[in-house]
Design a binder for this molecule. Sequence first.
Ligand SMILES: [Zn+2]
Length: 336
Amino acid sequence: MGIQIGLNCPACGGSLDMAEGENVVNCKYCSSTLYIEGDAGVTTIAFKNKIQRTVAEQAKDSWFRKGFKARDLPRSAKLLEVYPIYLPFWYSNIRVMGWICGYEERTYSDGKGHTRTERIPKEEMVLQEYRRSEIACDPGDLGIKFLRNMDGESSFEDFEMIPTYEATTSKDDSLDRMKAQALSDARRAANVPHVTFEKVHVMPRSLSMVYYPVWVVRYSYRDRMYIYTIDGVSGQVISGRAPGDPLFQGLAITIGTSVGGLIAAGGLIIASTGTENSAAFGIGGVIVGAIITFGAYLFFRHGSEIIEGDFSDKKYGLGGLGNIGKEIGNMVGGGF
Ligand SMILES: [Zn+2]
């Protein structure tokens, strides 16, 4: 006779039934194999490695060709090491519920220079489940800090075969950080600009240790060492570093500075026509031109390497435009 122990399967969220004293259970919904730890019901789950060495090696063929990586990379890179590891992650399903109240300010103008500001009250109910994860060991140079996937066959079969990184970070500290993230996500979703009252509960519904298989591939290119990692369940590239292509970078700098220069020159021409407002437009053009030129410079100053994944020195990858804006802002603010 199974008893409800108030635990949920980390893979599918289903509730777990198990007999007292048992510590291995198969989820009846997704058939994941789980270990239950005695204290505070932490479940442990391991995903089965699904890919072979050759798949990890072949991933380079598509990944090396993607983006602005050095064009001779598929030909010139030499694979040095290819091996699987299990990485430990803390994983929690966190429920955030409650109320966030406050107001939004809207300013109206009547065209005669009169403005009036109205406060629109907002009462937002929060009821959301967040799945959060955090690596439970020092990831070193792997560029992996979070779980990408919780969908796969769960078994401990490969534990004998694949080296496992031990969990070294504090469970409680990690849970605190995940709870704080869930709360800030919930606040952002509620979107109340001025909060006057907030009553929100942040309740972890499960805490799990997830062991996830990752293939590490180390390679060299022109006597420099690089790395990429492959998801052992999906076969996708998780993270990696690769040399950028000098031609693409050169082209981009040329185009960036040309466009920037043209806009700046256009600005000067407009400014020199001397008609009303032209000076303002002209100065605007010069500034926009300078920003584009400077942006191209910033992007490709760091562009000698193409970086994907959770690397702390990643400055300008996908979504790196915000950082460029920030850097321009800093330099303008710093009075250069
Ligand atoms: Zn399940």
